[in-house]
Design a protein around this ligand. Structure first.
Ligand code: DOR
Ligand code: ZN
Length: 422
């Protein structure tokens, strides 16, 4: 169906009419049969793209499925998500990545781009069939053992070399495992006070420093997942200044929350890497503004009730992110629409190689992948009111700015009036 978005503000610009053709492209021609949406006061952004989403299927469909996660994504303003490989079975073969890709197509709410594992079973011992995943129907370009670090430097080097042939990228979960054995939260004053084993910042920084040197040596692409410390930002700043092909992401929660949240031992705040200090949060915000950190990625990590509502040390790390990411970024940075479009759509689409996403909404012929935000709306996060199958949001009860009113995937509405269409 064709749509006319009347009086919409593209990236905060002055009100205009935006036509979505029934061919799924943005057009400058009007169509009498177009459905008219009064978009007065709404801001259009290119559809958001998440380079780091856990959809849990196959294996933990009790926590999330490709369909429920896709719905959460569309409601959060996303038109594409990259699905992490730590499923069960692990997405380490062409068969599993094709299964996830097919489930995404069937759900039809966002483009689901599978990420492939770097090593067989995420075990860190033997390289997975990266080439077979790259040439499969899923056309995998990002490989990651996320949840675990590719700790073996020789294996990391080989993986970087291997993906260079098809301009692939290795997305590293930077955590030196020997330095985080038994870790429960950020190592610092709060962990000492609470008596919990600490996860030191240097465990992340040491791996990033090693990996930017490996990427530089090999001339290949490295992406750093969920950067969480001020020291990591400095390592990345120096590497980028030298021209190393490295990109980096930060999560909404690391831009907002600190290790103080652990004080009540509520496992909803347990996440990996852990929440850090206010000084780290400041450095991450500045790095996103500077472009030292390229993108905001959610690390949406749904967990079933029994895996989260238990004693801190037994709880799984991770928190929901898709439905609150844009509101959190708005609350941290305000209405910096150009910045938001770049860090949440244009740059992530470029990193993931998703050509149809992160396009220019003012250009006729661009795919109509976009979202409409009401920046003046305020809403209260209710865990039961989210579309995710899980409810482990750290923002429960918080009032957030910015409501997603509509999302379009290739010109088809996936969200209208703030509700998923299917
Ligand atoms: O908090 C996290 N949760 N960090 C990870 O690296 C993995 C993720 C998950 O899969 O739950
Ligand atoms: Zn991770």
């Amino acid at each position: 169906m064709a749509y006319l978005l009347k009086g919409v503000s593209i990236l905060g610009g002055k009100p205009t009419d935006l036509h979505l053709g029934d061919d799924g492209l943005i057009t400058d021609r009007s169509d009498d049969k177009a459905e008219v949406i009064d978009a007065t006061g709404l801001v259009a952004l290119p559809g958001l793209v998440d380079v780091h989403t856990h959809l849990r299927e196959p294996g933990r469909e009790d926590a999330e499925t490709v369909e429920t996660g896709s719905r959460a994504a569309a409601l959060g303003g996303y038109t594409a998500v990259c699905a992490m490989a730590n499923t069960s079975p692990v997405a380490d073969t062409a068969g599993v990545v094709e299964q996830v890709w097919r489930l995404g197509r069937e759900a039809g709410l966002v483009d689901v781009q599978p990420i492939g594992a770097v090593t067989v079973g995420l075990a860190g011992k033997q390289m997975a069939e990266l080439g077979a995943m790259a040439t499969s129907a899923a056309k995998v370009r990002i490989f990651s053992d996320d949840g675990f670090c590719v700790a073996d430097p020789k294996l990391m080097r080989r993986a970087l070399e291997y993906v260079k042939a098809f301009d692939g990228v290795i997305a590293q979960h930077a955590e030196e495992p020997r330095l985080t054995e038994g870790a429960q939260m950020h190592e610092g004053e709060v962990s000492t006070r609470l008596g919990l084993t600490g996860w030191p910042a240097v465990a992340e920084e040491a791996i990033i420093a090693r990996d930017v040197l490996l990427a530089e040596h090999v001339g290949s692409r490295l992406h750093v997942c969920h950067v969480s410390t001020a020291g990591s930002v400095e390592v990345l700043r120096q590497a980028k200044a030298r021209g190393v092909r490295v990109t980096a992401e930060v999560t909404p929660h690391h831009l907002l929350l600190t290790d103080e949240m652990a004080s009540g031992y509520d496992p909803v705040f347990k996440v990996n890497p852990p929440l850090r200090t206010a000084r780290d949060v400041d450095a991450l915000r500045q790095a996103l503004l500077d472009g030292v950190i390229d993108v905001v990625a959610t690390d949406h990590a749904p967990h079933a009730v029994q895996d989260k509502e238990c004693e801190w040390s037994y709880a799984r790390p991770g928190m929901l992110g898709l439905e609150t990411a844009l509101p959190i970024v708005l609350s941290v940075f305000g209405e910096k629409w150009e910045l938001i479009a770049d860090r949440m759509s244009i740059a992530p689409a470029r990193i993931a190689g998703l050509a149809g996403h992160g396009g220019d909404l003012t250009k006729a012929g661009s795919p109509a992948n976009l979202t409409l935000v009401d920046p003046s709306a305020r809403w209260v996060v209710e865990p039961g009111g989210l579309a995710s199958r899980s409810s482990n949001t750290p923002y429960a009860g918080m009032t957030l700015p910015g409501r997603i009113v509509a999302t379009f995937l290739r010109g088809e509405a996936t969200v209208l009036d703030g509700k998923a269409v299917k």
